[in-house]
Design a binder for this molecule. Sequence first.
Ligand code: HEM
Length: 403
Amino acid sequence: MTVEAAPFYPMERQGSCPFDPAQQLRDLTVDKPVSKVRLWSGNEAWLVTRNADLRAAIGDRRLSCDPRIAGFPHVTPFVETRQDVPRTIIEMDFPEHATYRRMITRDFLHRRVEQLRPRIERIIDDLLDSMLATEERPVDLVQALALPVPSIVICELLGVPYEDHAFFQTRSNVLFSRDATAEQAMACFQELAGYLGELVGKKAAEPGDDLTSRLVTEQLMTGAITPEALVAMLVLLLTAGHETTANMISLSALTLLQHPGQLEKLRADPSKVPTAVEELLRYHTVAASGARRVAVADIEIGSQLVRAGEGVILAYDAANRDGSVFDDPDAFDIDRPDVDEHLAFGFGPHQCIGQQLARAELQIVTRKLIERAPTLRLAGDLAELPFRRDAAVYGLQELPVTW
Ligand code: HEM
């Protein structure tokens, strides 16, 4: 009897539609929803692709987020080797996770984000003013709008000077690249940590009205967090929201341009923008590396027994195209009644802390683009666009547009 080798993960996207997850991943959802995959390191892990299995397993305390535990399915060499870097909330379990997450929850609550909306609108209007005033065409929507929006917003929230964005965006790109070596990623992490460490010093000397200052005065100065852990948290906050939201903005614009019927519906009734954004989040699921966990006790997922010490990857992208939850899951449909079942921001205790902020940014950008750039169109061929196939966050390196 021949034993079939476990397929390599992450699977290559191929086929005509760059918006669809890899076919191999989709097939697993139907044929073998909890199956073994092989990682870059040669290690194996269980891949969970069905929406219901993922929801049932992800909050179970027999699955740990701690990357130091043997068997953890590391996504890149960097994550595997950075043992001496303090862990952040994304890598912590209860109760440590709850303690640290509480330190920042209030800044990302719906109520707080609603107060930020007028400022976010202003930021987006200013960027659109500059973009639409450009004589030269085509314009790269990634540089003109998609990257600066989340970047300016998170900088203002954290009290990081936006003038330094080129510095931290280049480092953050390397951190999220699957191709970066451990050394390259570690060097970038350390540069970011050095930069944010200096910022912490400045905020301690002269606190401002921002999240970093609040963390310094309320947590660092009271001894609730160490300087190293605070800096690691700031690196996470500065980078996590950037890539994800920026890629969602450019993919969303492209998707609407590629689906003129849906765009027309949205134009006719802008009150559909919030649900259209949820559908865009489901359809793309930019956090394409899934949630990584390691079993710390035996656990059954689906009908598969996962042993303690085995790695588990919960594939949000596959779960968001699960036909047992979403009717016609590959269709992009802004009127989808089942869209609330999507898992683009994760599920359970580690669900994205920045989701209300990301939603506000995506909703405002979508509405403003429709209102202010009604003749926007893709400048070039869809097949030629540089999709970010090597990154843990899916998206576009460049999106040439004209109007
Ligand atoms: C469209 C944009 C975004 C998407 C698709 C997204 C996606 C996700 C997902 C899937 C997770 C869960 C990971 C897991 O289960 O292991 C997560 C966690 C997280 N996200 Fe986001 N995110 C976005 C925007 C943001 C923003 C704007 C911030 C702002 C700071 C942010 C900060 C975080 C943090 C700190 C966590 C870890 C939460 C925890 O472990 O308790 N994200 N995000």
